[in-house]
Every structure is written in C-alpha cells, then in structure tokens.
Design a binder for this molecule. Structure first.
Ligand code: SME
Length: 173
C-alpha cells in the first residue's frame, strides 16, 4: 500500500515535469500568430473565432472561449475545445468568469475544486484562467481558458493573455 502510494506520487511528479508550461519565447510567437489570424479574418466575429482556435493549440489550453459583455450578463461568443459548455450565459458577479468581469482583473484558479466561485463546465477541468478584454477603458469581454491539469497557469500566461486581450479588444466591440 505504501509502496503503491510512493509509486503514484513519483508518477505525478514525472507528469508535472513533462507538462507544458508557457514561456516568454513561445508566448511571443503565439502572440504574433494571434495577431496575424485576427487581422486576416473576414469580420470581427471571425477574428474572435480564429483567435480561440489559435489559443486552443497551446497544449494546456484545453478549452478556450471568448465571452462578450451584454449587461447584466456575459454571453459565450466563440469557443474551441473538445465539448460545448452549458454556461453560455453567466451573470456578471457569478462564477470565476463573472467575478473577473466585475473586478475587471485577471483571475487564476490553480485548483478549481477549492474555489467556491467556480461554475463547472467540464468534469476534467482542474485549473482555469480568466482574462478581461477592455476597449477604451471599458470591459467588453473576457477570455476563459480551462486546463485538465492542476496549477497550469502562471504569471507568464497572465502576461501573454493580457497582451492577447489588448490585441483583440478592437475585434470584441
Ligand atoms: N468555470 C467558469 C464557467 C465557464 S466554463 O469554464 C467554460 C466560471 O466559473 O465562471
């Protein structure tokens, strides 16, 4: 029993070591891809679709969505991932998404099972990042990303996704 526990612990450690983590070099490349995809799009709605597709290619960005602000709620606009979410509208102030909308600040949840605000979309989600999109000082939407791994997102993801949000702000109004 003890040996089994030790084995599974070292298995977890191995998994942690081999997990993808965003770095600044990679972030710069993907930001350029995001910008190119948005600029080549046929319309603002198409730009948002292309951007979630590009972001979903990052290994630990397992589900990527853009919500737009339609007071008093957030409405799911574009998404890319293995499955649709039931949370297509979220009241501002509810869930991690609604909380980030209310405060207009990025939220990183390293373990969703420990955050009472969390609204579950997918049983396999372990961590989440939500980044507000602001245009001319006004909140217009947000980027919501779920990971199947615990503690998937760092300050590098935050900086990267805040840069993405400012690039796509003009496509989100
Ligand atoms: N988890 C979010 C809801 C959106 S789904 O992750 C797509 C929340 O707590 O607001």
């Amino acid at each position: 029993m003890l040996e089994g526990d030790a084995e599974s612990r070292s298995g977890d450690l191995l998994k942690m070591k081999t997990s993808f983590r965003m770095d600044r070099e990679r972030a710069k490349e993907i930001l350029a891809q995001v910008e190119a995809a948005a600029n080549a799009a046929k319309s603002p709605a198409d730009a948002r679709k292309q951007v979630v597709k590009v972001l979903n290619q990052v290994p630990n960005y397992n589900w990527v969505g853009i919500y737009l602000v339609k007071p008093p709620e957030l409405r799911l606009d574009a998404w890319s991932g293995p499955a649709a979410t039931v949370h297509t509208t979220i009241p501002i102030g509810k869930g991690v998404c609604g909380f980030a909308a209310k405060s207009a600040r990025t939220e990183i949840v390293s373990d969703v099972s420990k955050d009472p605000r969390y609204l579950e979309c997918f049983a396999n989600t372990k961590s989440e990042i939500v980044v507000p999109i602001q245009h001319q000082g006004k909140l217009v939407g947000e980027i919501d990303i779920d990971s199947d791994e615990l503690n998937a997102y760092s300050s590098v993801d935050r900086e990267f996704l805040e840069a993405v949000a400012s690039k796509i702000a003009k496509f989100s109004v």
